[in-house]
Write a protein of this length. Structure first.
Length: 101
């Protein structure tokens, strides 16, 4: 067997594993990006309650003891076959902010 043939066989064996890990990294980055976006939105919303939220963001407001708590959540679809068995087909990203009234 030539060295070129051996390298090709090794590449073909490693390629699916590499692609699955690459998809897992993309999904992880998508989750982190969504969390950063929600943190920006919750800051804008807590300062200005007329701020319009998009349809896929769920808002929950609670008030107790003079403290108002905002919780935003958004579902992120997972596409990586590596992550689906671990965290299911979607992952809920939640961000909470508490403020004195």
């Amino acid at each position: 067997m030539s060295k070129k043939g051996q390298a090709l066989v090794e590449f073909i064996i490693i390629l699916p594993v590499f692609l699955m890990l690459l998809l897992a990294v993309f999904d992880y980055v998508k989750i982190i990006q969504t969390k950063m976006d929600l943190e920006s939105v919750i800051e804008d919303y807590s300062l200005n309650e007329e701020y319009e939220l998009s349809k896929d963001i769920v808002l929950k407001e609670e008030t107790s003891g003079g403290v108002k708590t905002y919780t935003l959540s958004k579902s992120v679809e997972i596409t990586s076959p590596v992550l689906i068995p671990i965290i299911s087909k979607s992952y809920d990203v939640k961000v909470t902010r508490s403020m004195y009234e």
